[in-house]
Design a protein around this ligand. Structure first.
Ligand SMILES: [Fe+2]
Length: 315
């Protein structure tokens, strides 16, 4: 049941990072209601609605760029189909950066596994720095946003990425996709106190650990939802994983996480899509998951290229 107009107990307000006004303020019900209605009306109901055909990945036309931008405004993501060129690894690498440049995505995240061009190869890796991490195996990846373990404030966290399929798996490797704006709406509709709990600056902590090559990594603490001060957009930091994660010990946080898990399991707006060679996604770091996969022929297994950015698509 929607109880978005339920007043929030005053004790719940002000504990987190919620802004004083605008759609993401728990005190500004009017702005929220208008934003919510517009979002749900415009939200794509099928993956097909998210697709844009791009003639030349390295140089999308103004019309193609506009289509990608509009979809990112509607759903924080767009799927594209760049045809056969899109599966030629040599041509794709520079083309991906050019595509992102054309969408004003410029500040590439520094990632330990990226090449000089900032591109990380997501494939099965049995040795080297990527070995032992789930993304570089055939195992499923539970719901998450990228870079949740590396939050250093809104201007230094992953807010956007390009994910491009060079080769798909023989079986599986299907992505689940949900705009985090929708997750926010579902949670706020259930109980605004869930939002206050998840905007708490200490909602989620990744305990200290070890990076590849034994380099120590400090604990990383931050909110789940926060507003990007540069654009006023909502950003989300989340992982459904149960290990190596420490949630703020609070009953409302616990119930909010339970509700979020259920939403990701059952919401009719969760889309699934298996990217084919030459296809990709441009997004504002939406919630996503991946099913496990089977390469069968290991020599030419599933290969995705990924570039992550600080800042948003088109911002
Ligand atoms: Fe991811």
């Amino acid at each position: 049941m929607c109880n978005s107009h339920k007043p929030l107990a005053s004790a719940d307000v002000g504990s987190g990072l919620e802004p004083a006004e605008g759609p993401f303020s728990l005190k500004d019900e009017k702005s929220y209601a208008a934003w919510r209605a517009a979002k749900l009306t415009a939200y794509p109901k099928t993956a097909a609605e998210l697709r844009v055909t791009i003639g030349d990945l390295a140089s999308p036309t103004p019309r193609e760029r506009q289509a990608l931008r509009i979809l990112c405004a509607r759903a924080n993501m767009a799927l594209y189909d760049a045809g056969p060129l899109g599966s030629d690894p040599v041509k794709v690498r520079p083309a991906l950066r050019a595509l992102a440049d054309s969408l004003n995505m410029q500040h590439v995240e520094d990632h330990r596994s990226s090449g000089a061009d900032g591109i990380v190869e997501i494939e099965v890796a049995d040795e080297g720095g990527r070995a032992g991490y789930i993304p570089y195996s055939t195992r499923p990846i539970s719901w998450h946003t990228d870079g949740y373990y590396n939050y250093h404030g809104p201007s230094r966290c992953v807010q956007a990425m390009v994910l491009h399929c060079v080769r798909d798996a023989a079986d599986g490797g299907i992505n689940g996709l949900l705009d985090h704006d929708i997750a926010y709406i579902r949670l706020r509709d259930r109980d605004p106190a869930f939002i206050a709990a998840l905007m708490h600056p200490e909602a989620m902590t990744i305990p200290p650990g070890e990076e590849a090559h034994g380099r120590p990594r400090a604990a990383n603490t931050g909110p789940v939802f926060f507003v990007d001060p540069a654009t006023g957009a909502l950003v989300m930091r989340y992982t459904a994983r149960k290990r190596n994660i420490s949630w703020r010990q609070d009953e409302t946080t616990r119930r909010a996480l339970e509700a979020l898990e259920e939403i990701l399991e059952t919401d009719p707006l969760v889309l699934t899509y298996k990217m084919q060679p030459g296809e990709g996604m441009v997004c504002n770091n939406v919630l996503h998951s991946r099913t496990g996969f089977d390469n069968r022929d290991a020599a030419a297994g599933r290969l995705l290229y990924r570039v992550r950015y600080y800042g948003r698509v088109g911002a």
